[in-house]
Design a binder for this molecule. Sequence first.
Ligand SMILES: [Zn+2]
Length: 445
Amino acid sequence: MKAHRDILHLVESTPFVDTHEHLWEEQHRVEALAKGRDSKIWSPDIAMLLGHYVDSDLIVAGLPAEDMEKVKGYDLSPKEKWALVEPHYKSARNTGYLRCLRESVRRLYGERDITADNVEKISGLIRDGVHPGFYESILCDVAHIEYCQVNSLEGDPFMETANPELLAQDLSFVAFCEARQVGNFGRAAGREVDTLDDWHAVIDWHFEKYGPRAIALKSQQAYGRRLDFEQVSAGDAAPLFKRYRKDRKSVNEAEHKAICDHLFHYCMQKAEEYNLVVKLHTGYYAGQGSMPMHRLTANAGDVCELLRAHPKVRFDFFHIGYPCENEFIAVAKQWPNAYLDMCWAWIINPAASVRFLKEFLMAAPANKLFSFGGDFMPVEMVPGHAAIARQGIAQAISELVDDGWMDDGDVPDVVERIMRGNAHAVFDQPGKLAAWRAAGTAVSK
Ligand SMILES: [Zn+2]
């Protein structure tokens, strides 16, 4: 039997391909140092550790939301920020989000926890740590990540990153599936949008421009609707689209859904044409006080129709559909074109993620899983998340071996697959880098 220690060592020495982040461009972090409050980025202090996900657990524990805004802002000192947060931090300290924070603090700043005594020191180290090249040292040297796939929230639909080798970019297709912002996208493509044909041409233009370089397609439409995209022909959608463009109020809810459903399937045809994996948010909602559980519990059932309708398109279902991860194991087991992604899941619920990984590996082929995505805007939180994922992967696999469900000789292959090999097989990063070069966009190496 392989000892847990050996498995942990193997997992720690294997780099992740990180299939999901929302990282700001590094250059924007550097520029924000000088811009200060005029930048859209939080202040370079403990805001970077408390501002994403941790904020939700703190608010749910009782921190007033307006105090959290002060924590992200530029007016208070780190010590003043900590005084607002500390009582609620104590309440929430055992959640995955807060454990992630402490794991990052340990790895990056050599402290076991944040306290009133070290909050100024840690904040100073965060600020001093922001300089050209700091992403590579945090992501590669500390978190042991090979490269990240980024769904940028700064560049819609696609971020022209300065470093596509480290930060491969998703093409967001959320706006393509709606008729709300057609003007902006039409202007980019040099085209007025009155008809559905016009909008198809604008979508085509974006795929032509970004498709060859995009590592995947990404949509978080599940935050706003069910994933029950019905087949609506262009003939049926065209008059509705035209009417919507003239007068939005003349289109009722069912008609609006028909337009969006048609556009989603149109984008699936483009995904097939450009051989792009389709990443869909499923399951739990970020934030607090907004999640309609009835809607998201329908996700696993709804996606079966997509898998059936588009057998040549590979779908990557995010966040294991938590808390419906069992249904999603059944989906991955049933459909050749379904993949599951543990991005974000390790810190939403570490215990459920360990259980999920054991059950997935006993039920579905091991080539259908991506085991890590940090899902963060601040790069400083990624090492903590990667550490929790490695602890969980090692625990799950050790338990499978100890309980006689996995041969120890199979461990190295499974670890390699789920941490990086599956991502290499499914997402074509070398081809994407070649496309960046062909597009005349600098690639460093
Ligand atoms: Zn995300």
